[in-house]
Each structure stands twice: as structure tokens, then as C-alpha cells.
Design a protein around this ligand. Structure first.
Ligand code: CP
Ligand code: NVA
Length: 339
């Protein structure tokens, strides 16, 4: 298995074995971190993390994982670089690759991160685009594996905006890892047919299924995990809130839905989540549309069955694994000895 120098742009770029290896590496890093074992393997490396959109978990994961691995980290916020304003993606990529050993990018278009990767001769890691969120689902699957002891044969149901970035990556990862996937939401927001067909082919090979439905009954007795995400993603037009609420309200994750699935069903969410009125946006939306809880009720979010903070922690361990595997080289032994 050779990860050295590779980009991490989407789940479908990696084989089943490679994804498994990433999860296993993340587990090792998690153990090291919890034991307080030093793992500053790259004292001579630096990374740049670029954000066109805001972030808490992804930014902090890359920063802390970078520091834990002994690296220097430069954060560039949406206004903090020339990229896109005065300098093309191609030029930015070639400049940054002269300074840094790896580049993370979060932004709007998948094409932007693909272009960065094309021109930068160092690994480029996708920290979320409108199309997918591949580092997120590594954390989600690590969390499921921790909760159930295995992945193969489990059923994961994504409920809501089933064509968003997180849902696209979950479907791909499910197909790769032998997890049955149910995309449950209104027909207007069902996943792209081409991606569904591609994932179905992979799923068939791995003995699992991909189901696309608008019927919540499909989860009954089946879903081991129910996954919700925001109804309007970053970068989408705020004028769409009303339309989206009308479409997705029937798909709010409630305790009743959790119980209809299985008594052991767990709840997952990428976060941030609109489960109460403790945020500015939730209040604005509630004032306008009278909906105090959106994609998940506070009862489910705060329940014992919610694994959302384990998931959030696992972002850091999985991102560390991705960086480590794509950066490690023969010099690393030397770096380790020097350390
Ligand atoms: N889940 C996730 O990507 O969170 P942030 O937007 O805070 O990075
Ligand atoms: N679908 C969400 C995920 C946030 C982590 C968004 O893009 O805003």
C-alpha cells in the first residue's frame, strides 16, 4: 500500500483496503494520544490550511493533528490570501508547494481542490467542498466501528438532504466498507443518479446495498445508525430556508424515528447542528418559520444514543492518519531518530 505523496480529494479515489488502513492508523493514533505518547514524527515539515468557508472541527483537527505530528501549521482564512482574488488557483498551488509539505483546502467547488492538487506537487487534502466531505466520513465510520465493534453488515441511514456533501461521501464510504446505506429524504433532494449507480456497483462487490427512498418506513428494524445534517449547507442561498424547511420537516430525526429503527440505533451528525435555539442562525430561522429544532430534536441530540461528540473527536485522529500516511517517506525514520 502506498499513500506517499497522494492527494485526499474524495473517498472513491481509494480502495477498500486503503480506507481500512486509514481507519486502523487512526485507531493507533487515538490510542497514542490518549496514552499521552509523543508522536512528533515530522519536526521538519509544515502544512498550510486554506479555508474559503468557516470551520471549527476541521480547522482545529488539522491544526492539532499537525502540531501533534510535530509540524508547523499556517491557517489562511477566507480573506487571508490572494487566492481567487489576485492569484489563480494554479499559481497559488505552485507557490504554496514550494513552502509547505501538504495543503488542506475547504471551499465551494470540488474543481478548485482538484485544480490545487493538479498544480501542487505536495499532498492536497479536501476539508469539504459543495460536492463531498471525505475526512468527515472517516471519523463517522471510525465512530460506528467503535460503537458496534465492526462495520460490515451494519445499516446506515442518512435522513434529510440526501444529496449534500456529507451524504455523498457517506454513500461512497458505505459502499466501500460493506455497510448498507439508506438515503432517505424527499425526491427533490435525492442523490445524483450517476453517483448512486457508481456506488451500487461497488456495494454489490462488497456485499451491501444502496437504497434511495422517500419513505422513513425503510429504516424500520434496519438502521443501526441514523445520520442527520443541516438542511441548508454552507454556501447555499439563505433564501432557500423556507423551501428546504417545508421539504425536510417530515424528515426531522425524532426519538420516535430512532425507536422505530432499532432500540440500539445510534445517532450521528457531522455538526454544527440546529437542535436548539442557542445559536444566532437557529433563532433567525425560528423567528421567520417557527421551527425551534430542525434536522434533529434536542431530545435525540442530547440522548445516550447520540455519538456526535465521539465523532467530533475522531475528526482529529482520522485527519492525523490521512496526513501521516500521505506525508511519510524514507526520511521519516531519520526524523523519528532525530526526535
Ligand atoms: N463537521 C465539520 O466539518 O465541522 P466544521 O464545519 O466545524 O469544520
Ligand atoms: N453539509 C454541511 C456540512 C458541514 C460540516 C455544510 O456543508 O454546511
Amino acid at each position: 500500500m502506498n499513500f506517499k505523496g497522494r492527494d485526499f480529494l474524495k473517498i472513491l479515489d481509494f480502495s477498500e483496503e486503503e480506507l481500512r488502513y486509514m481507519l486502523d492508523t487512526a485507531k493507533q493514533f487515538k490510542e497514542m494520544k490518549h496514552k499521552g505518547e509523543n508522536h512528533k514524527y515530522f519536526p521538519n515539515k509544515n502544512i498550510a490550511i486554506l479555508f474559503e468557508k468557516t470551520s471549527t472541527r476541521t480547522r482545529c483537527s488539522f491544526e492539532v493533528a499537525g502540531y501533534d505530528l510535530g509540524m508547523g501549521v499556517t491557517y489562511l482564512d477566507p480573506t487571508g490570501s490572494q487566492m481567487g482574488h489576485k492569484e489563480s488557483i494554479a499559481d497559488t498551488a505552485r507557490v504554496l508547494a514550494r513552502f509547505y509539505d501538504g495543503i488542506e483546502f475547504r471551499g465551494f467547488k470540488q474543481e478548485t481542490v482538484e485544480e490545487l492538487a493538479k498544480y501542487a506537487d505536495v499532498p492536497v487534502w479536501n476539508g469539504l467542498t459543495d460536492y463531498c466531505h471525505p475526512t468527515q466520513v472517516l471519523a463517522d465510520f471510525l465512530t460506528m466501528e467503535e460503537k458496534f465493534g465492526h462495520l460490515e453488515g451494519l445499516t446506515l441511514a442518512f435522513v434529510g438532504d440526501a444529496r449534500n456533501n456529507v451524504a455523498n461521501s457517506l454513500m461512497a464510504m458505505s459502499a466501500k466498507m460493506g455497510v448498507n446505506y439508506i438515503a432517505c429524504g424527499p425526491n427533490e433532494r435525492k442523490p445524483d443518479d450517476e453517483l448512486v449507480n457508481k456506488c451500487r456497483e461497488i456495494a454489490k462487490k462488497n456485499g451491501c446495498t444502496i437504497t434511495v427512498t422517500d419513505d422513513l418506513g425503510a429504516l424500520e428494524g434496519k438502521a443501526d445508525a441514523i445520520y442527520a445534517d443541516v438542511w441548508l449547507s454552507m454556501g447555499e442561498d439563505k433564501d432557500k430556508w423556507g423551501e428546504r424547511i417545508n421539504l425536510l420537516k417530515p424528515y426531522q430525526v425524532t426519538m420516535n424515528l430512532m425507536n422505530r429503527a432499532k432500540p440500539t440505533t445510534i445517532f450521528l451528525h457531522a455538526l454544527p447542528s440546529f437542535h436548539d435555539l442557542n445559536t444566532k442562525v437557529a433563532n433567525e430561522v425560528n423567528d421567520q418559520f417557527g421551527i425551534p429544532e430542525m434536522e434533529v430534536t434536542n431530545e435525540v441530540f442530547e440522548s445516550e444514543r447520540s455519538a456526535v461528540f465521539d465523532e467530533a473527536e475522531n475528526r482529529m485522529h482520522t485527519i492525523k492518519a490521512v496526513m501521516y500516511l500521505t506525508l511519510i517517506d524514507e526520511d521519516n525514520n531519520k526524523e523519528e531518530e532525530n526526535h
